[in-house]
Design a protein around this ligand. Structure first.
Ligand SMILES: [Fe+2]
Length: 284
């Protein structure tokens, strides 16, 4: 076995000195991300990894992707729920579209992997919190889904939807050869308005507000997906698209619900069986 990479050698530390809190280059990156997020809910750090770091992360994903879990549920609406018979059939809430992709779950990455070591590296967490304007981020304690690789095989796509989470942090390890594009409509809905008519227009094919982001291997993306409708278009190439997803929480001790984790990842652990309902009383 080869020696693990030093933390600073996994990322392009010259461009992104994330563990040097007084380095003005770090602050400049943080300022840039905050400005982009405020503008349209999306920000990208190009070439975040070093060539060696990217190679190690990609090899880890590649060697585990045969174990990816593909959820049997293949049609989803933009709200990722069951729809509502109180609304007409052509209402956005009742329009179901193909969704297909797989996940290599967190439990398949042991503590020595580059991905896991990076995920637990405190300077990364602090840097991401600064970029998102959060006082602190915590490791998401879900043992199945806290750090996963999304596999988009040829022909697969993830249609238009809103996220449940306020923010996501993804790192593209390998783009599709063709297709597999990330597209989004910034701030399509707000906390007090679902904007159903505008959602329906996008589902009908209106591209006037759609933005397409060109992402390369090694790019880190911040995305505020709760208000911006987004999709990954069909992978029309011959190889898998591989995306590393790291989840963080704003409170300690958070894990996913038994039903959601079982449905998306095909397995649960004792931690899910013992999980208590959140203090706020919401289902999830
Ligand atoms: Fe999403």
């Amino acid at each position: 076995m080869t020696n693990p990479l030093e933390y600073r050698d996994i990322i392009d530390a010259g461009r992104y000195p994330i563990d040097r809190t007084h380095d003005p280059r770090r602050q400049a990156v943080v300022d840039q991300v905050r400005a982009e997020l405020a503008d349209d809910g999306c920000a990208v750090l190009r070439g975040f990894f070093s060539p060696a770091g990217l190679a190690a992360l990609t090899a880890e994903a590649e060697s585990r992707k045969a174990q990816a879990y593909y959820s049997p549920r293949s049609l989803c609406n933009v709200y990722l729920n069951d729809g509502d018979p109180a609304y007409p059939e052509d209402h956005p809430i009742n329009r179901f579209m193909p969704r297909s992709n797989g996940f290599v779950t967190a439990d398949l990455f042991d503590a020595e992997t580059t991905a896991r070591r990076l995920y637990y590296w405190d300077p990364l967490k602090s840097f991401l919190a600064d970029c998102l304007g959060k006082p602190e981020l915590y490791i998401y304690e879900d043992p199945v889904s806290n750090m996963i690789v999304n596999v988009g095989a040829p022909g697969q796509q993830f249609n238009w939807h809103f996220d449940t989470n306020e923010f996501t942090i993804t790192m593209l390890l390998r783009p599709a050869e063709t297709g597999g594009h990330f597209e989004y409509v910034p701030n399509l809905r707000s906390t007090d308005d679902e904007c159903y008519a505008e959602v329906g227009q996008v589902l009908d094919g209106d591209r006037s507000r759609v933005r397409r982001l060109e992402l390369d291997a090694g790019d880190l993306q911040f995305f505020l997906g709760r208000f911006s409708l987004h999709q990954v278009t069909a992978n029309t190439g011959a190889t898998d698209r591989l995306l590393l997803i790291m989840s963080f929480a704003e409170q300690p001790g958070m894990i996913g619900s038994r039903e959601r984790v079982q449905n998306l990842y095909g397995k649960i652990t004792d931690a899910h069986l013992q999980r208590r309902v959140r203090a706020d009383g919401l289902v999830d």
